[in-house]
Design a protein around this ligand. Structure first.
Ligand code: NAD
Length: 237
């Protein structure tokens, strides 16, 4: 029960890693507001790429929770595409949801996190650390997200706010199941072994939720600016 009485806001909460994160924090005593662009029972509406939607969702969450101790930025999108086929819309959508979204949600959460000396945990990706074929717009968005959060860790230390990331490898969610469906033409699979872990299989979403919870907990009170790789040993070298 590491989070008894803690007030938590989770984006991307309708499915996958976000859903597992909401469940884990609740099991450990937190009061959690989960939001998503998709509808799901008990989940509030928020499009993280839309400033007015973020403002409204955060206002509703603060009214419900009475403040905020932990922000978990989990929402994200990923459509693999060859560089020749990247449309401006696809490129912009990756940046809007994966990079601008966490910035907007963090801004909205900040006054409340300053009041509680709370902390921020964000889902990055090994795609922000490793170049991946047919995935350049996602890789760029996640690399930007990692450095954005590291910069905040320095800037917000004076406020007593810790900022950390978890960078997953392949997780068994709808995102990874559907990712390649957008690629047109032949796929050169010779690249793909480098994107697989030395441990077998895809990870369960709970493994990423557990890493987020660790970084958000008092056990990690001396950790900030970290990006914890949880990837079945993909980036082993
Ligand atoms: N699945 C993987 O292999 C993997 C690996 C590394 C990182 N990640 C990251 O983990 C996070 C969660 O992804 P997941 O694997 O659980 O995928 P998922 O598709 O199961 O869940 C993503 C959730 O984000 C929501 N979302 C999408 N756009 C949104 C928006 N504009 N506003 C609010 N919510 C929005 C979706 O509706 C969905 O519920 C993402 O940031 C993703 O980039 C996933």
């Amino acid at each position: 029960m590491r989070f008894t009485g803690k007030r938590v806001f989770v984006t991307g909460a309708a499915a996958g890693i976000g859903e597992a994160t909401v469940q884990l924090f609740r099991e450990e005593g937190a009061n959690v507001v989960g939001v998503d662009i998709a509808e799901a029972p008990g989940i509030g509406h928020c499009d993280v790429s839309d400033p007015s939607s973020v403002t409204a969702a955060m206002k509703a969450a603060i009214e419900e929770l009475g403040g905020l101790d932990i922000l978990a930025n989990v929402a994200g999108v990923n459509w693999f595409s060859k560089i020749d086929d990247i449309t401006l819309d696809l490129w912009n959508r990756h940046l809007a949801v994966n990079l601008t979204g966490p910035m907007l949600v963090t801004q909205a959460a900040l006054p409340h996190l300053r009041a509680s000396k709370g902390n921020i945990v964000t889902v990055g990706s090994i795609s922000g650390l490793q170049g991946q074929p047919y995935n350049s717009s996602y890789c760029a968005s996640k690399a930007g997200l990692i450095m954005f959060m590291k910069a905040l860790a320095v800037e917000l230390a004076v406020d007593g706010i810790r900022v950390n990331l978890v960078c997953p490898g392949g997780v068994d969610t709808a995102m990874s199941t559907n990712a390649l469906s957008n690629v047109k033409g032949d796929i050169d699979f010779s690249h793909f072994p480098k994107m697989m872990g030395v441990l077998p299989g895809m990870m369960a979403p709970i493994k990423i939720a557990e890493a987020l919870a660790h970084l958000a907990s008092d056990a990690a009170s001396t950790t900030t600016g970290a990006s914890l790789v949880v990837d079945n040993g993909t980036l082993w070298s």
